[in-house]
Write a protein that binds this ligand. Structure first.
Ligand code: PHE
Length: 350
């Protein structure tokens, strides 16, 4: 799809676009909905086949953030940004890119605030903070905050709710969990699940990362082409989106899909495809909302880490309710979760 097409057909509010000539990077800030408040969402750095693919990713991710904030009850709107780079960058060149991105955010005077996402680090946030205050993941003293372990905790709670639904007990002990992507969320997730007695299957595009973690946690490494058909209780996508799609669903050999990646489904119909196959799906924008819960509260010193963890533990109950509502209506949990979100958003508009 072309830029024109993507913008014409998108139900969101606006897209801010900037071309960074020094590095050949396209910058997109997609603002999906400010119904509940100013837009906030992470900044993703990635190489895309074309700049339009980067724009599309920003738009889809921004929509996910609208749902996430509504589901969490935060007074924030859905936005997300993408830095579509043409090559990998490090050192002063990378810093320069993030400084200029900070300047772009600053032009919006608070209309959008960012935080870390796939491909960006808490340190990148501290570079953005040189140019704008509208960035999360670094506190007033310049110390970085890693949302990964908070996101992972939410995923553990979601996995517990799903296990309770499918097997009658939420206990991960002895359950086989396949984690795809052992980065800032996947790695702490593996540690927390190991602690709870789960058996781990670990995959990463970077094989050495998966091997090192498997050694530490007594897990097994799964190669990237073996992920989809691998028998397991829980498949946890924790990296890029759209791994659950029309091609992969018939081959999935799990009972539950519950992971941290944003936009896990290739298209909305995939939720129904999973439901028809009897695979329970934990809606991504609920189960992965731990980082989004933590970042604004920690940054503003509005809650202690333990108070935030307590709040995230509440995800288990939220997901149990979503699974129950879905089961009662014989529909996918994605539908039940979307209904919850729509209730919040329409209440506000009227
Ligand atoms: N990128 C993560 C997410 O999508 C964490 C994050 C949340 C970053 C909110 C910024 C703002 O949930």
């Amino acid at each position: 799809m072309s830029f024109e097409n993507l913008i014409e057909t998108w139900p969101g509010e606006a897209v801010v676009t900037h071309y960074d000539a020094p590095t050949g990077t396209w910058m997109f800030i997609a603002i999906h909905s400010t119904t509940l408040g100013a837009a906030m969402g992470g900044v993703r750095l990635n190489r895309y086949p074309t700049p339009a693919d980067g724009l599309r990713d920003a738009q889809r991710l921004a929509e996910g953030m609208t749902y996430k904030w509504a589901a969490l009850g935060f007074e924030l709107g859905g936005g997300k940004s993408v830095l579509a780079v043409s090559r990998s960058m490090s050192g002063p060149e990378r810093d320069g890119l993030f400084e200029r991105f900070g300047e772009l955010i600053e032009t919006l005077r608070g209309g959008y605030a960012c935080g870390p996402d796939l491909g960006t680090t808490p340190r990148d946030m501290s570079v953005i903070a040189r140019r704008t205050a509208h960035v999360h993941g670094v506190d007033g003293d310049g110390a970085t905050i890693d949302p990964g372990p908070f996101t992972a905790l939410g995923v553990v709670m979601g996995i517990r709710a799903a296990l309770a639904r499918v097997y009658g007990s939420p206990d991960p002990a002895g359950r086989v969990v396949l984690i795809q992507g052992v980065g800032d969320v996947g790695a702490p997730l593996a540690r927390q699940l190991k602690e709870a007695g789960a058996k781990l299957l670990l995959n990463d595009l970077d094989d050495s990362k998966a091997r090192a973690l498997a050694k530490e946690l007594d897990g097994e490494v799964v190669s990237s082409d073996a992920v989809v058909g691998m028998p397991c209780d829980v498949y946890a996508p924790c990296a890029v989106g759209a791994t659950v799609n029309v091609r992969s669903i018939p081959r999935l050999a799990c009972r539950i899909v519950a992971g941290s990646a944003n936009n896990q489904l290739g298209e909305p119909a995939d939720a129904d495809r999973l439901h028809q196959r009897g695979i329970l799906y934990a809606p991504d924008f609920v189960i992965n909302a731990g980082g989004a819960t933590a970042l604004p509260l920690l940054g503003a010193h509005a809650a202690t880490p333990e108070a935030i963890r307590e709040r995230i533990r509440g995800f288990e109950q939220v997901l149990r309710e979503i699974f129950e509502e879905a089961a009662a209506r014989d529909e996918s949990p994605e539908k039940a979760a979307q209904r919850r979100v729509r209730r919040v958003l329409t209440d506000r508009k009227t």
